[in-house]
Design a binder for this molecule. Structure first.
Ligand code: F6R
Length: 612
């Protein structure tokens, strides 16, 4: 949440900052701002709204500094306004700071500084830190820049990723991190810092990730990293595996649509090199578990948030069905504070596209504290979760820029299905069944391509319903998580009431919502229990509700009992959830577009939730 960018080098900083902010915009888009150091003066510019507002204003911002910082905001403290937008300047404008996270003790800090005659111009927690830095500078003028910021941070409670500019430090930016990601991109005569690799990838592939409790001083040709308590840090360089084209639209009008269409490739990448030679199972190089350890696992626990949680719920259905291992799943935000009893032979997985979600990270640390092995399933190589887990599986889905997750979800489902096969073959799944399963997985990209061909058909269906205000998504068993995901996508993108419900639960309460103004979307892609679903459809029709069915079964006269039918290919149960969710992604996308919303920047949301 929120995006940070900073540049120090020989080029004009403005344009680089604006370019970086555009790439970071999916992290927050309430307001944006930048500050550059020009001839010993910090000059700042801020605008409410999207980065393009800042870009327009920047055409008249005639400052040629070669060092600067920028920020795109997702509001935590204070309303959305220019005054609350970052960067925040210290009283007297000696320092400018951009900040992600929350300074929990900002009120006592502010009270202290008001007592020292500091004036505050915003409602933010960040301004307290800007003035605290100035306070330490005024107190001991001979301190180095890094020492001033270090001394200030020792008084701060909460979370932060910060970048600081000082008017008397002409070629130096200070960055520091606690629970909010930051990385340094190493260039030739220039260095770029950002909260997210997407802003750096076009300038350099060589990066250094800052760890929690580290602070760095960045110059054009050098940088040094120490801990907040002054311990030296061994620099570990990483190679970014991002392509610049990952963050381009490639001719699509929105990232969300582009990423829906990228699913065959994302799934292919999730599977590449991960089938055993006999073609009946899977293997993951990143799971550091010997065969015996895999066999002795008695229980699995999956923790995640949002869409990734829905993937975990689907994982439970798949693993329990095919591998017969009991699986618990928990919202990471609940698990981290619940003191859940964990068995010794429980293997924990945390699942996170970004690898930065703070609640998921909290769950990871809690499980590790209890002595359990924790594996990660993440998309972002080098992310905090990827580095903090004991092992794991990379999704390799490519950069996901759409705030509403699509390709990362189906890539997670693919990996979880592959885990079901792996664990199944270690237990009582026979060779032939394993081979069939593996064959189905390999055919997945092709089957997904077939579903992508339904885009236009689904757009026409969306045209019939986009003015409706109530949508129920209904699925049984493994289609229940898909119903939850369909509802979440629609809520996020189209701002309508949408609920995912296990089909048979309808009559236990939600049926009261059925009227002519409600649309029920039945996911009827499993042969088992189909007749029961047909009865539930009749119950909705009898009450005047609209019915859309997603099915792969042509034995039933769907047209007679529903208003619209979407037919998807019939596939193996292990990949069925993936095939079934894609029509719902299209449905949400087109309803959002038809309602006139910016689907890549849904209101109040931002990609990667790094605050609690
Ligand atoms: C929904 C969505 C969110 C994320 C959730 C977890 O479309 O994107 O619900 O799934 O915030 O994010 P990650 O997977 O990055 O931990």
């Amino acid at each position: 949440m929120c995006g940070i960018i900073g540049y120090v080098g020989r080029k004009q900083a403005n344009n680089i900052l604006i370019d970086g902010l555009k790439r970071l915009e999916y992290r927050g888009y309430d307001s944006a701002g930048l500050a550059v150091l020009d001839d010993g003066t910090i000059c700042s510019l801020k605008r409410v709204g999207k980065v393009r507002e800042l870009e327009k204003a920047q055409e008249h911002f005639q400052h040629n500094g070669t060092i600067g910082i920028g920020h795109t905001r997702w509001a935590t403290h204070g309303i959305v306004s220019e005054g609350n937008a970052h960067p925040h300047l210290s009283d007297g404008s000696h320092f400018a700071i951009v900040h992600n996270g929350i300074i929990e003790n900002y009120l006592p800090i502010k009270t202290f500084l008001l007592g020292k005659n500091y004036t505050f111009y915003s409602d933010t927690d960040t301004e307290a830190l800007a003035n605290l830095i100035d306070y330490h500078y005024q107190k001991e003028k001979n301190l180095s820049f890094v020492e001033i910021v270090r001394k200030s941070l020792l008084h701060v409670e909460g979370t932060y990723g910060i970048a600081v500019l000082g008017k008397m430090f002409k070629e130096e930016i200070i960055v520091a991190r606690k629970s909010s990601p930051l990385l340094i991109g190493i260039g030739d005569g220039e260095n770029i810092i950002a909260s997210d690799a997407s802003a750096i990838a076009r300038y350099t592939k060589q990066v250094v990730y800052l760890n929690d409790g580290e602070i760095a001083s960045i110059h054009p040709d050098t940088f040094s990293v120490t801990t907040l308590y002054e311990g030296l840090v061994d620099t570990v360089y990483h190679e970014l595996d991002w392509e610049i084209s990952d963050v381009d639209f490639k001719g699509y009008p929105h990232y969300m649509l582009k990423e829906i269409f990228e699913q065959p490739a994302a799934i292919e990448n999730a599977m590449r090199g991960r089938f055993t030679q006999d073609g009946s199972s899977t293997k993951f190089g990143g799971l550091p578990l010997a065969s015996q350890e895999l066999c002795s696992i008695e229980r699995l626990l999956f923790c995640a948030c949002g869409t990734a949680y829905h993937a975990c719920l689907e994982g439970k259905y798949l693993i329990e069905r095919y591998a017969r291992i009991p699986v618990d799943i928990e919202h990471a935000s609940e698990f981290r504070y619940r003191n859940a009893p964990l068995g010794r032979n429980t293997l924990v997985f945390v699942v996170s596209q970004s690898g930065e979600t703070i609640d998921t990270l909290g769950a990871l640390y809690e499980a590790k504290r209890k002595g359990n092995l924790v594996m990660g399933i993440t998309n972002v190589v080098g992310s905090t979760i990827a580095r903090a887990t004991d092992g794991g599986i990379y999704q390799h889905a490519g950069c996901e820029m759409g705030v509403a997750s699509t390709k990362a979800f189906t890539s997670q489902l693919t990996i979880l299905s592959m885990l079901a096969l792996l664990f199944g073959r270690r237990r009582d799944m026979d060779y032939a069944t394993g081979q069939q399963y593996a064959h189905a997985l390999r055919s997945l990209p092709e089957r997904v391509e077939e579903v992508l061909g339904l885009s236009e058909e689904i757009r026409l269906i969306a045209e019939r319903y986009y003015r409706m205000e109530h949508f129920l998504f209904l699925g049984r068993q493994g289609m229940y998580p898909i119903a939850l995901e369909g509802a979440l996508k629609l809520k996020e993108i189209a701002y309508v009431h949408a609920e995912g419900i296990p089909t048979a639960e309808l009559k236990h309460g939600p049926i009261a919502l059925i009227s002519e103004g409600a649309v029920s979307i039945f996911i009827a892609t499993q042969k088992e229990l189909l007749e029961k679903t047909v009865s539930n459809i009749q119950e909705v029709r009898a009450r005047g509700g609209k019915v859309v069915v997603i099915t792969n079964d042509n034995r039933i006269e769907w047209k007679v009992i529903s208003d619209d039918v979407i037919v998807v290919p019939e596939v193996h149960g292990g990949i069925n959830p993936i095939i079934s969710v894609i029509p719902l992604q299209f449905f949400a996308y087109y309803i959002g577009i038809l309602r006139g919303y910016d689907v890549d920047r849904p209101r109040n949301l931002a990609k990667s939730v790094t605050v609690e």
